[in-house]
Design a protein around this ligand. Structure first.
Ligand code: DHB
Ligand code: FE
Length: 281
């Protein structure tokens, strides 16, 4: 059977993509940020997952504002990247697993999560930057992928609570796939940031740390927060943190924290890394 073997969280900002492309990882500005990923890369190299579910938001590459699904997933054998205008070099395409995706889609829909299914899907920095953070040193991507897009751009948005519920359904969906497969789930985005308006540049370190602790130990607290409450604290784009709740929902109620790291600011955001495994089956 397929199994979710762990969950990871990461920022996905385009500046990270440019720093990697320009080999700036050891520059003083970036050094501590990238060091936060070493234990995660090591763990991935040890456990060798077969497939990564990347929970991210599309920022206008695949879904422009004229058509924005709340939850969408890739159901293809290949996902391409394309130029988004951030200056990040285009990345080689990513492998998908269409039969696995269709199984997950069917199970989610049967559980009441009405997914949008995409047989063509361009993936943007929300997806490509996390992939590169985990696996850029290898000659080719060592995992198949399932892009799982959550609208965090055009209101009305779904909630932290709903993302948590969807994560639980996702676990049931994955773990009912008959093939043996090790699956890792990566929640991307956040933490606090606002890229526009009077409060642009806002970062709230205390709130970020509170969210990271709650995601580990008290996901119900995250679920109790409205989007307005989250955006008041974390900024309008800080709402991306709700995607971490899909990851959290896909793990057991209690989790082991194998690694935790926080760094701010990086570009305009607070950046958090968590590596979690199930502590109950
Ligand atoms: C930045 C953060 C994001 O989440 C994003 O999608 C684009 C830019 C930033 O901090 O610069
Ligand atoms: Fe973003």
């Amino acid at each position: 059977m397929a199994k979710i073997i762990g969950g990871i969280t990461t920022s996905h900002i385009p500046a990270i993509g440019n720093a990697m492309a320009n080999k700036q990882e050891n520059d003083p500005y970036w050094q501590r940020f990238f060091a936060g990923y070493e234990p995660v890369k090591q763990w991935l190299a040890e456990v060798k997952p077969d497939l990564a579910i990347i929970v991210y938001n599309d920022h206008g590459l695949n879904f422009f504002l004229n058509q924005v699904p709340t939850f969408a997933m890739g159901c293809a054998d290949e996902y391409r990247n394309a130029d988004e205008g951030w200056g990040i070099p285009e990345m080689p395409s990513f492998k998908g697993d269409a039969p696995f995706s269709w199984h997950v889609a069917e199970s989610l829909i049967n559980q009441g999560v009405d997914m949008c299914t995409c047989q063509e899907m361009l993936v943007d920095h929300g997806f490509t930057v996390p992939m590169a953070l985990m696996w850029r040193d290898l000659p080719e991507w060592p995992v198949k992928t399932l892009p799982f897009a959550v609208n965090t751009v055009q209101h009305p948005l779904t909630s932290a609570k709903r993302c948590y519920e969807v994560g639980k359904a996702l676990r049931t969906a994955v773990e009912s796939y008959p093939e043996d497969m090790k699956v890792v789930i990566i929640g991307t985005g956040g933490l606090s940031h606002q890229l526009q308006g009077e409060r642009s540049g806002l970062i709230d370190v205390e709130y970020d740390i509170q969210c990271m602790d709650a995601i580990v130990n008290n996901p119900e607290w995250m679920c109790s927060q409205s989007n307005t409450e989250i955006m008041e604290k974390a900024g309008t784009e800080g709402i991306e943190v709700i995607m971490w709740m899909v990851m959290r929902g896909a793990l057991s109620d209690k989790v082991n924290v194998l690694h935790k790291h926080y760094h701010a600011p990086i570009s305009n955001t607070g950046a958090g890394v968590l590596l979690l495994t199930n502590s109950e089956e």
